[in-house]
Design a protein around this ligand. Structure first.
Ligand SMILES: [Fe+2]
Ligand SMILES: [Fe+2]
Length: 301
């Protein structure tokens, strides 16, 4: 299915441009079923992944002035700390946070897809369907970024920070993926756990009436087109439900890929199963496995 959107460039002869990557349709029940979750670390690469994620998270919190509001109730384990009013998240701070987060979120999938693409060519071996999944993930993250760009225009300082962060993060992922792709997928799985938590808190802040501007805001056209948002469900909050659901999918996909044999296993999200009636990895969020699918359950050995 080809989806049309983005009638933007200054090209008088062109009506629309198309993407082959139509977004799967999510239902409201499915999006509301998305939960904050954590996959317990099981071995030392998991601990390395989670430790690295915490360093990145700290850096990003510092750069964007972000603090979780622990007085706000969500289903994540709360540590009971109260945030002083001066550190509370305002609408402006939330937008900076989301823009910055999404500007780097599209890096890992592209690096992983690129490296697997090059590997397949130089070894003259099949890739078994991973490349497209990974690049589609970074496409999805870039759509999140473009959506937030429709709501706020970043200034020169922000653009400079994004440039620096992309340079560092791209090179970090490039080298790390050459050494241990499975650990990199685990690391991204943990990053996405944090993304789900962050968006859950943002939605909770809107529901608590702390962000009156967001409460009234409608989703930009690009979001309505991309997620096929139904009429009557096109608010900023609705849009954040879609984004959070996407992040939960990235969390599941990367934890699953981290469980697989990187060289031999097929992409379980692009596979046909001998018994299709048994729950298995899918591209939408019909079956939600926040901590990923175990290898024995999808590959079967
Ligand atoms: Fe995202
Ligand atoms: Fe994500």
């Amino acid at each position: 299915m080809i989806k049309e959107f983005f009638p933007e460039p200054d090209a008088p002869n062109i009506k629309k441009t198309k993407t082959a990557w139509a977004h799967p349709i999510y239902t409201y029940e499915q999006m509301e079923a998305v939960e904050v979750a954590h996959r317990q670390a099981k071995n030392w690469p998991d601990y390395a992944a989670i430790g690295t994620m915490r360093v990145f998270r700290w850096g990003m919190d510092f750069a964007t002035g972000y603090r979780h509001d622990h007085s706000q109730s969500t289903d994540h384990a709360l540590d009971g700390k109260k945030v002083q009013p001066k550190t509370a998240m305002t609408e402006r701070k939330w937008l900076i946070r989301c823009l910055f987060l999404e500007s780097v979120a599209g890096v890992p999938g592209m690096v992983a897809g690129m490296l697997r693409h090059l590997h397949s060519m130089r070894r003259m071996k099949r890739d078994n369907g991973w490349i497209e999944l990974l690049i589609e993930e970074s496409y999805n993250e870039r759509m999140h970024l473009l959506t937030f760009m429709k709501i706020s225009e970043p200034g020169p300082f922000m653009r400079f920070m994004v440039l620096g962060a992309q340079g560092v993060f791209f090179n970090f992922m490039f080298v790390a993926y050459l050494f241990s792709p499975a650990t990199c997928h685990r690391f991204v799985g943990y990053l996405e756990e944090e993304a789900v938590l962050t968006y859950t808190r943002l939605i909770a802040d809107i529901d608590a009436g702390k962000l009156p501007m967001f409460q009234k805001m409608v989703a930009p056209d690009i979001a309505v087109d991309y997620w096929s948002m139904p009429e009557g469900h096109r608010s900023m909050r609705d849009m954040l439900l879609y984004i959070r659901a996407d992040e939960s999918k990235h969390r599941e996909v990367n934890h699953t890929l981290g469980n697989l044999d990187q060289k031999n296993d097929p992409n379980p999200y692009a596979s046909q199963y001998k018994d299709e009636s048994v729950p298995h990895p899918v591209k939408d969020i019909e079956y939600q496995k926040p901590t990923g699918w175990e290898r024995k359950d999808v590959i079967g050995s």
